[in-house]
Write a protein of this length. Structure first.
Length: 338
């Protein structure tokens, strides 16, 4: 029997009739991305698709950093912050983050406030605790800016220091993960940039929350939750801070009192997108636990609050997604406090 040559159409039919290829997990790790480390896990049956997803995520991070970086003197944000009381044309991305910041400032009663940077700067400069550093800056009670998203302009209304770091990184992570997930052939994306974690895809993944009292970052997590098209962010002052009266205090301050936030060791938020989780985890680091739980319930997001005395508070949305911790670094991605 002689084997007949196959036509191109026959070869295509045979190729499509084969069993689908099994999905694989591809892991990409980088340092010095947005000032921290990046870990990207892509699930796909095709290595080429995973590599394209990696390229898309990195390109989006670079693009948005040029807009939102608080560390670059040439970012769009930095150039806009150099203006005052003038309607300045801004990109849609900057307008969106400015609008979201103002929204969360209002919804948290000032617990989340980009103007908190002015309090941090003042406390760092003073290095001591006196009447001048106890009160919040009066200007923090006033609007920081006005954004016209339709017209594409933003007007800065305050001269004191502000920072978008507590929301901009989460925004970048969410947008970058979405770009990677949109690549054809990719089923799941899990992006972790310095503890801001975003998942998009068809299969839930487990994400751990770092124990704020553990001596090492690779210690077992204090909790593990399921992420399915959701984000996890953790804030806390247990790893970063500055000296005040010769003692190290949290780098997170309560803009409403002008004092470092000391009650909460770490606050974790489970939300649909990382920008929301980012902003709320910062707010929950300075709010009383019962206030944080009430706000989380009203928003339909999950929260886990670890106080410095070891007390742990969660809400129903968190508990619904909680899973038993598995001490397996290959199956969990931890959210560390920023």
């Amino acid at each position: 029997m002689r084997r007949l040559p196959t036509t191109r159409l026959e070869r295509v039919i045979r190729r499509w009739s084969r069993r689908p290829r099994r999905a694989r997990h591809f892991l990409f790790c980088y340092e010095h991305v947005l000032g921290t480390s990046l870990e990207l896990q892509v699930t796909s049956a095709y290595e080429g698709a995973a590599q394209r997803a990696e390229a898309e995520a990195l390109a989006e991070i670079d693009r948005l950093a040029l807009i939102l970086s608080g560390w670059s003197s040439t970012s769009e944000l930095a150039l806009w912050l150099a203006t005052y009381d003038a309607d300045v044309p801004v990109s849609a991305e900057l307008a969106e983050v400015l609008h979201a910041s103002a929204t969360w400032r209002a919804r948290t009663g000032g617990a989340f406030d980009p103007g908190a940077q002015a309090v941090v700067d003042r406390l760092r400069a003073a290095g001591r605790d006196d009447d001048a550093t106890r009160a919040p800056l009066p200007a923090l009670r006033e609007p920081l800016w006005r954004v016209d998203r339709v017209g594409g302009t933003a007007r800065r209304l305050a001269r004191h220091a502000v920072s978008l770091d507590a929301i901009a990184k989460g925004y970048i992570v969410a947008r970058s993960a979405a770009r990677a997930r949109a690549v054809e052939g990719v089923t799941d994306v899990l992006l972790n940039v310095g503890g801001d974690v975003q998942h998009y895809g068809e299969h839930a993944v487990a994400a751990g929350v770092a124990d704020p009292f553990a001596p090492a970052e690779n210690a077992p997590p204090v909790a593990v939750v399921r992420l399915e098209n959701a984000a996890l962010a953790t804030s806390g002052g247990y790893r970063r801070g500055f000296l005040l009266n010769g003692q190290r205090v949290s780098h997170i301050v309560d803009p409403r009192t002008g004092r470092p936030a000391e009650r909460i060791a770490s606050a974790s938020v489970l939300a649909p997108d990382c920008a929301t989780a980012d902003a709320l985890s910062t707010a929950f680091s300075v709010m009383a636990p019962d206030e944080s739980v009430a706000l989380a319930d009203s928003l339909g997001v999950g929260c886990l609050l670890v106080e410095r005395d070891g007390t742990v508070s969660t809400n129903a949305a968190w508990n619904d997604r909680a899973v038993a911790p598995r001490h397996d670094s290959t199956s969990q991605r931890e959210s560390h406090a920023r």
